[in-house]
Write a protein that binds this ligand. Structure first.
Ligand code: HEC
Ligand code: HEC
Ligand code: HEC
Length: 282
């Protein structure tokens, strides 16, 4: 190769090198300014939203769902394994509750705006608390999620996060208060679940009707518990163990205000009439 050709080739290489250098500097510049913008925006956002909105944001975070096929119904459930690996403390799974046997721990899915709240409450309130309405004679107990035994003298001062126990309403029958998850009901559900895939549609519907006999078509709503005064609250908060300061927080303007803010999204999804007998218990 001649001397002339060699120098042309060298010039071409040099030009390619310069072009590459300029291009990569440009890429680095774009990336760096992009990241800066991102950080700035997020910081600004966090300052602008209030504490209650942050709390709401935290609660509404999507949980990873896994599907369980019950044979007759596919339900979605929080991926607890995922939970165990990423959350330091142990998650208490309710081994006792009857409704959970079929519906799972986090049954609320339809109403996207409040489902996170409903599922959050299901950690310390049994399904029956909201889905079975008590008129007079309101009595509740706390039960252990692991052995089902009643826990007396619960005193609650702080937020019940990942609670070991749950509230359950009692039914007044023949002068006595009995649990809504009585042994006979428990046995029935157990037997029913075993045979459900083999029985006729009629029998299945009959069994489900019986199980949902007390389930009210209008579950207890946010503002019935987060009411302006303790007297108006659906739950007898003092009686079930809430300390004064905690009651003030539950009934605080902040929570009630937030509840009212999300009220407009609240479209109750009633049981279809005729499918279940769901009149309120007298
Ligand atoms: C044997 C399994 C089983 C048990 C136990 C059970 N459910 Fe259900 N539940 C079902 C099935 C299946 C449906 C759907 C019924 C239908 O579509 O006809 C249903 C429907 C419902 C619905 C209506 C859902 C909707 O989309 O409107 C509510 C509310 C409900 N159950 C609450 C409860 C509560 C509260 C308990 C505990 C007292 C309970 N269930 C116990 C199986 C069960
Ligand atoms: C804090 C009160 C509360 C608790 C506790 C609660 N629910 Fe609900 N539930 C509601 C309300 C309110 C709705 C109606 C939501 C709507 O559609 O607006 C509802 C709806 C439902 C539905 C209809 C389907 C859906 O996706 O919304 C089912 C099924 C159900 N609940 C089952 C349960 C079961 C099982 C438990 C216990 C693990 C439970 N609920 C605990 C208040 C509650
Ligand atoms: C059956 C009564 C009941 C219903 C219905 C109910 N709550 Fe609650 N809620 C409670 C109780 C009791 C607590 C306190 C839990 C504890 O012991 O820490 C609570 C706690 C809360 C908290 C946390 C407050 C704090 O100071 O830590 C928020 C937020 C909240 N509820 C919002 C809602 C929303 C939104 C709804 C409707 C989707 C709702 N609640 C429905 C009884 C209820």
């Amino acid at each position: 190769m001649s001397q002339n050709n060699k120098s042309i080739l060298r010039k071409i290489y040099a030009l390619i090198g310069i072009a590459l250098l300029v291009y990569s500097s440009y890429i680095v510049f774009v990336l760096v300014t992009h990241i800066w913008h991102f950080e700035k925006d997020e910081k600004k956002q966090e300052k602008e939203i209030s504490e209650e909105e942050l709390l709401f944001k935290e609660m509404i975070k999507e949980k990873k769902m896994v599907e369980y096929n019950l044979g007759y119904k596919v339900i979605k459930q929080e991926d607890l394994e995922n939970h165990f690996h990423h959350v330091g403390n142990q998650a208490y799974h309710d081994e006792i509750n009857l409704c959970i046997k079929c519906h799972g721990d986090i049954p609320h899915d339809k109403n996207k705006s409040i489902r996170a709240f409903l599922n959050m409450h299901s950690d310390f309130l049994s399904c029956e608390v909201c889905h079975i309405r008590l008129d007079k004679d309101k009595k509740f107990i706390w039960y252990s999620k692991t052995d089902g035994k009643e826990i007396a003298n619960v005193k609650i001062e702080a937020y019940l996060s990942n609670s070991e126990y749950k509230l359950l309403p009692l039914e007044y029958v023949d002068g006595k208060y009995i649990r809504y998850d009585s042994d006979s009901k428990r046995n029935f559900v157990e037997e029913f679940r075993k045979i459900i895939s083999t029985i006729s549609a009629d029998k299945k519907s009959q069994g489900l009707k019986l199980i949902h006999r007390n389930v009210n078509k209008e579950p207890v709503k946010c503002d019935e518990c987060h009411s302006p005064t303790e007297k108006q609250c659906y739950l007898p908060l003092s009686e079930i163990g809430y300390k004064k300061e905690r009651i003030a927080q539950i009934l605080s303007n902040e929570v009630v205000g937030m509840v009212n803010k999300y009220k407009e999204f609240y479209i109750p999804n009633f049981l279809k009439p005729g499918e279940t007998k769901n009149e309120a218990k007298k």
